[in-house]
Design a protein. Structure first.
Length: 332
């Protein structure tokens, strides 16, 4: 009888334990709903390991710590990525140069999707890439930035016009910022130092020249322009880093039109010509002009026509290295 009496007591005990357990579960479920912020707070450090906060000209952006797909709307930033061994998923084109890859970077961009120009990007093409990050220049239109930001975190680099005019190393700042996105700052610094040594050796050759006045000219469709001594990384590369001397007609800060009437006063030992795609007829007219023929560099056959991309090249390690190579060929 005692045994039979004991069985209901055991059952009753099990029943009470079951009810207690159910009650406990209900209580925990209620706590989960009210304690959601605590769960989010504990998840935040984990999220922080997967993302990083980037401060740029438009504010702050949260981007993945590991970037797989990046769209770049700037020749300079394409150069920066390739310098640190990263290949973009999409790049802008330059309409005036045929709407394709810039030739001096084309060999390293095979297979990369084209996404329109920096000013008029192809938003559908960018959406198809599904980028983690988009890189644009400061000159990007406000409405374009807002459209891009809806697709992916959009980082705006660069500065306002001429704010960097006295800083000859300004172009490196964006390279280091791009490198930081990939934890490759040391590699970027190494590439900058390698370029510095290469430029210094070229400067030694330039400084040994008896006559080293240089004019950097741009032949446009209907006018001729002369570039300044500073105000652009390509200009400071020539006149500061490499050590060429300015001509009497070389402006201080901003490029200026150069009329054919004053061309004979151009006391240039060397001339670098950057010819726009629509500037060929103008160049032909110049070459037939008796006024152009009076310039020392023309008389001594020291006129060097560039590949028309020096203004792009001046912003990056790859491009600047190519300019240095061209300069050495020019003065040899």
């Amino acid at each position: 009888m005692l045994k039979n009496r004991f069985i209901p007591l055991v059952v009753l005990g099990l029943l009470l334990l079951t009810l207690a357990a159910c009650g406990g579960n209900s209580e925990k479920q209620g706590q989960t709903e009210t304690a959601a912020p605590v769960i989010e707070a504990t998840a935040e450090p984990i999220a922080a390991d997967l993302t990083r906060k980037v401060t740029h000209l438009k504010g702050e952006s949260i981007v993945p710590a590991k970037i797989d797909r990046i769209v770049v709307l700037s020749a300079a930033y394409i150069d920066h990525l390739l310098t640190i061994g990263e290949k973009p998923a999409g790049v802008n084109v330059e309409v005036r140069y045929g709407g394709d890859y810039l030739p001096y970077l084309a060999s390293e961009l095979e297979g990369v999707k084209l996404v329109g120009s920096a000013d008029s990007p192809n938003l559908e093409a960018i959406v198809e890439i599904d980028p983690d990050v988009i890189l644009v220049e400061s000159r990007t239109a406000e409405d374009t930035y807002e459209q891009l930001e809806k697709i992916a975190p959009t980082i705006v680099l660069g500065t306002e016009w001429l704010e960097y005019e006295d800083d000859t190393t300004y172009w490196t700042k964006d390279l280091l910022m791009v490198a930081e996105l990939y934890d490759k700052v040391e590699l970027a610094e190494k590439r900058i130092e390698e370029l510095h040594l290469k430029t210094a050796k070229a400067s030694e050759i330039v400084n040994k020249l008896d006559h080293k006045q240089l004019a950097y000219l741009r032949v446009r469709e209907k006018n001729l322009q002369i570039y300044a001594g500073k105000g652009h990384p390509t200009n400071t590369l020539l006149y500061h880093d490499l050590g060429f001397a300015r001509t009497e007609l070389t402006p201080e800060e901003q490029r200026a039109d150069l009329s054919l009437e004053v061309v004979p006063d151009l006391d240039a030992d060397y001339i670098v010509l950057e010819v726009d795609p629509n500037g060929r007829d103008n160049l032909n007219s110049m070459n037939q002009s008796a006024l152009w023929a009076k310039v020392p560099a023309v008389q001594n056959e020291k006129v060097y026509e560039t590949d028309s991309f020096w203004l792009f090249k001046g912003w990056g390690v790859i491009g600047r290295g190519q300019i240095v190579d061209d300069v050495l060929k020019m003065v040899e």
